[in-house]
Ligand binder design. Sequence first.
Ligand code: PSU
Ligand code: MN
Length: 306
Amino acid sequence: MSALPPLPLVLSTEIAEAMARGAPVVALESTIITHGMPFPQNLATARAVEDEVRRAGAVPATIAVLGGTIHVGLEPAALETLAEAQGVAKLSRADLAACIATGGTGATTVAATMICAARAGIAVFATGGIGGVHKGAEESFDISADLQELAQTPVTVVAAGAKAILDLPKTLEVLETLGVPVIAVGQNAFPAFWSRDSGLPAPLRMDDPAAIARAHKMRAALGLPGGQLVANPIPAADEIASGALAPLIAQTQAEAEAQGIAGKSVTPFLLQRLFELTEGRTLASNIALVLNNARLAARIATALAA
Ligand code: PSU
Ligand code: MN
């Protein structure tokens, strides 16, 4: 085989500077912007999350592939273009190299953002909720590549648990099988994205960001690949009681099946339908929990950098 091509990865000026002085940096994904929220709330949220990371003393690095180059840290104009664009590709582990090789543009999921963050030397990443094992996976085999990525790539991901549209017991089982630490913060229960309590105990609990940072380093010292899932419950004021959502989740699930929605389209379809059915309440909660995760991720990144 001939020599490997150089990886087209550029850091924004702000991120390059931050990395050079060892400042805490928090990676942010772009699929939540292009596929997870409607315009214009997606753009407002992306900006607010960056501001929240800054206020908490770290530097935000939103990641996307633009014209065949991985961008770590998006200029404001690029963020705006991405938020307004239609039909942007959703990139996971399987799509990333092909998109770059063909000069394409795409938004990175949790899995792809972890890969790009790790290549850029960023260890902490904040998002809303990770992908997981879908309900009915015993038939559909729909299990997000995010779970495998947590097993392989050394990034600590702060999320409000996994989305309640998923089969949470199976998601926790797969994470255990893959050896991914699942760490609840401030409570014993595993959170369920829009609700604080999934009714399932989290395998681990750590309330101190510095302890989470030490555990991240200890995995590296042990020579273990992979990252950690930090499960940060949505603030109480912003949660939607799980009982209220369950019938709507069942309804959207049935609609997805009836319409033959499969593969990458499943998660965006379910999120969009729940947003419609709750008249925007799921979106308001989603925004609140991402901001909350950005704050915690900044504290973990700060402890790691110290
Ligand atoms: N969290 C959100 N909204 C989202 C997602 C996560 O609050 O839109 C995205 C993430 O990018 C995650 C992806 O990686 O959904 C999971 O998609 P899939 O189930 O197809 O792997
Ligand atoms: Mn899937």
